[in-house]
Write a protein that binds this ligand. Structure first.
Ligand code: ADP
Ligand code: MG
Length: 728
């Protein structure tokens, strides 16, 4: 780390794309070859072991020790056949990243010989040294140990020569220390609630899974250029730097041809992903220069979350070979589009039906409307919690900044479905006449397929949009672990479906026909969730005012947004669905606040450091040149010199002005940090960082950026926007 700008630019100019040759086999042939998938399991495992795993996946059955030994044995044989030397329990601690600790299969027997050992015990549970993972006080209150435990619902895979076993991470007393445990519990909850409701329409439904298709946005920056920017290396974003004269105004990058170097990187990444069973399909340029997106086909949510974490890991590693640094930060470059991770979400039955896909028959349409309207109602009732699920210091730069969805949660459904809901809402009270019912159902049938075709109807400014056969939660941050958003989304929809079922059953018990009961409850849901629906421009000031009138919250900062995580109603919701207990929820809240505080604290330190140690010395050097120039002019022109030196003198003054602003503001920021650090409670401390420390960044940055424009380009030590964004 630590190139100066001129060195970094020279290195970058000499770069050649790394040549990546496609493997001899077609991609369809290498798909999933590094995964202990169904085919590998049935080949390497006994029938009993295979059935035990399938029972665990499909019915949540426990795997006993004997079966676990057999599974371990099969897994080991498979892994060794692929050249594995080590295994690891792969997990996702609350840092948001992934963690692993490698152990060798190899074990000396003590008689001079050795064996490869891996049994059920090693498969099922491990105790990594977990003391430095965040735990929000859980392990202080309870017990210092953390355990990883095998998650059979996500298959083991090979990276290099290591067998990776997806695991959950829990404390000795069973509290979740990771993002996966709450997700698995939420998925269980929605499976139960959605199955019950789906059975109104089809008695053959026995299981409902939640599906997730994420779209990952990111930036690629040359690694030498990145290394010349301490802010990019340590905070993941530029804390200062003037925008380039050319940014994304021309929108010539979007869907443009992908630069050769980036394409090589993507090719290698895709090949690795495909071998690992991550079904990556699309790649394209994004709106901003050097910004890209990658999206796989959707999968069961737990697997999709694992795959996204794995992908981010792979991307960082593979990028190094291509001399790139991948930026996952939500807003690496102020003034340029940020990055998100759209979470496309739906529900699917074990009979192969997408519950959010408008059907062709009246019955399947009523089913669609049921899940569609209940989802809207869930978002309506728990908008604040959904907002909290995506809150982070990074994402604060994005939400509401006129490019990403606003911080106000709303649902977009498009013109046709709005009409359908309006009609349904106005159906007369009591039971429906047969004509009304048929009309309604037919209307739905007739209209819905159009939305799939009508792309103009897509609203890019909505945080939660219906896109034909799924909802797309667009406000998720690019660096986030999708588990957080998916846990909450699935939980709130599960809660809503449960309530829905209760209400419908009451009407049925009173003697109403099932269809009428469904229609009646749905109609009330449409009415009571109306205010969350918004079809207009989410970026407009009008919407901010309108939302306020409607009573929708607009939490612009993380400390504000996170509060919904620990409200009484949230706690009881988590407990009701057995997703997290009070200790687990509060621990997470604490961790997220701490993370927020640390991020702003680190950014403040880096900014202060760069401003003082890079910007000011450069400004003084340039100012000295100007001073020498003025002195020289004085020598030549004597008393008349001002006629020739007035611009230089102005510049000297201007530079001094900015220098003094920077110094006084950096000092003030340091003072505010000190004050904030003395605050005991994390929520108040985060507030202080948000309200008193962070706003000073802008003032410091403004002065530094002005200097960047004034000072001789040759002298400027920091790689500029135009170089970071346009050098390929
Ligand atoms: P966009 O125009 O936003 O790129 P696409 O139609 O290309 O939208 O789909 C985006 C993502 O939606 C893909 O990752 C895809 O797998 C996912 N997706 C499609 N159907 C579903 C579904 N039923 N459940 C979850 N995700 C889905
Ligand atoms: Mg999308």
């Amino acid at each position: 780390m630590g190139y100066i700008r001129s060195e970094a630019l020279k290195i970058t100019q000499d770069r050649k794309p790394v040549t990546i040759t496609e493997p001899a086999e077609r991609r369809s042939e290498i798909y999933s070859t590094n995964v202990f998938n169904d085919a590998a399991m049935s080949h390497f495992m006994t029938k009993d072991a295979y059935n035990a795993v399938m029972d665990a996946i499909n019915h949540g059955k426990k795997i006993d020790r004997k079966a676990a030994d057999q599974v371990a044995n099969g897994m080991k044989s498979w892994a060794i056949s692929k050249g594995a030397t080590h295994y690891t329990h792969w997990f996702q601690p609350l840092t948001g990243g992934t963690a692993e600790k490698h152990d060798a299969f190899f074990e000396p027997k003590g008689d001079g010989t050795a064996v490869d050992k891996f049994d059920g015990g090693q498969l099922v549970q491990q105790e990594p040294d977990a003391s430095s993972f965040p735990n929000g006080g859980i392990r202080n209150t309870f017990e210092a140990r953390g355990y990883t435990a095998w998650d059979p619902s996500s298959p083991a895979f090979m990276i290099g020569t290591t067998l990776c076993i997806p695991t959950i991470f829990v404390s000795y007393t069973g509290e979740a220390l990771d993002n996966k445990v709450p997700l698995l519990r939420a998925l269980q909850s929605i499976d139960h609630s959605a199955t019950e409701v789906a059975r109104y329409f089809d008695k053959n439904v026995n299981k409902v899974i939640s599906t997730l298709g994420w779209e990952q946005e990111y930036f690629l920056v040359d690694s030498a250029l990145a290394a010349s920017r301490p802010d990019l290396m340590m905070a993941g974003r530029l804390l200062l730097g003037h925008e380039a004269a050319k940014g994304q105004q021309l929108e010539d990058h979007y869907f443009g041809s992908i630069p050769e170097r980036a394409l090589s990187f993507m090719r290698e990444l895709e090949i690795e992903c495909i071998k690992l069973g991550i079904p990556v399909k699309t790649r394209h340029n994004e709106v901003a220069p050097n910004q890209f997106e990658l999206a796989p086909l959707y999968e069961e949510a737990n697997l999709a979350v694992d795959h996204n974490s794995l992908l981010m890991d792979l991307m960082s590693k593979i990028a190094i070979r291509h001399n790139f640094k991948v930026l996952f930060h939500e807003k690496p470059f102020a003034g340029v589009n940020g990055s998100g991770k759209h979470n496309n979400w739906s529900l699917a039955t074990d009979t192969g039906v997408n519950l959010l896909s408008p059907g062709k028959t009246p019955k399947s349409n009523l089913q669609f409307l049921t899940f569609f309207i209940n989802t809207i109602k869930a978002v309506h009732d728990h908008a604040d919690l959904l907002r909290a699920s995506i809150a982070s210091a990074n994402n604060d730069h994005r939400l509401g900044a006129n490019e990403a969805p606003p911080a106000i949660i709303s649902v977009f459904i498009g013109k046709h479905l709005t009409e359908v809901l309006d009609e349904l809402e106005n159906v007369s009270d009591g039971s429906l006449s047969p004509e009304e019912k048929t009309e309604l159902k037919l209307n739905v049938v007739g209209k819905i397929p159009e939305i799939l075709l009508d792309n103009t109807d897509r609203n890019r400014t909505s945080p939660f949009a219906f896109t034909g056969n799924k909802f797309e939660f667009r406000a998720v941050g690019s660096s986030a672990n999708c588990a957080k958003a998916m846990t909450i989304l699935n939980m709130i929809v599960s809660e809503q479906l449960r309530n829905f079922k209760i209400e419908v059953d009451i009407l049925i018990e009173k003697g109403m026909k099932k269809d009428d009961a469904l229609f009646n409850v749905l109609r009330e849901l449409i009415k009571s969730s109306k205010k969350i629906r918004f079809e207009g421009d989410g970026y407009s000031e009008d919407w901010v005012n309108e939302a306020k009138k409607r009573g929708l919250n607009n939490f612009k900062s993380t400390p504000e947004a996170l509060k919904a995580q620990i409200s009484k109603s949230t706690l009881s919701l988590y407990e009701k669905h057995s997703i997290m207990n009070k200790v687990e929820v509060e621990a997470r809240y604490e961790i997220e606040l701490e993370e927020y505080i640390k991020k702003i604290q680190i950014e403040g330190r880096i900014l202060g450091d760069i401003a003082r140690n890079h910007v000011i010395p450069t400004a003084i050097t340039y100012q000295n040149t100007l001073i020498a120039n003025v002195k020289g002019l004085k020598d030549i022109f004597g008393n008349e010199f001002e006629k020739y030196a007035s611009e230089q003198i102005n510049l000297i003054r201007e530079i001094s002005g900015h220098i003094s602003t920077i110094i006084s503001t950096v000092d003030k920021m340091t003072d505010e940090r000190k004050k904030a650090n003395k605050i005991d409670h994390a929520d108040k401390k985060a507030d202080a960082y948000c309200k008193n420390v962070k706003p000073l960044f802008d003032k410091i940055r403004y002065a530094c950026d002005k200097l960047e424009l004034l000072i001789d380009d040759e002298l400027w030590p920091l790689t500029k926007y135009r170089e970071l964004l346009f050098v390929r």
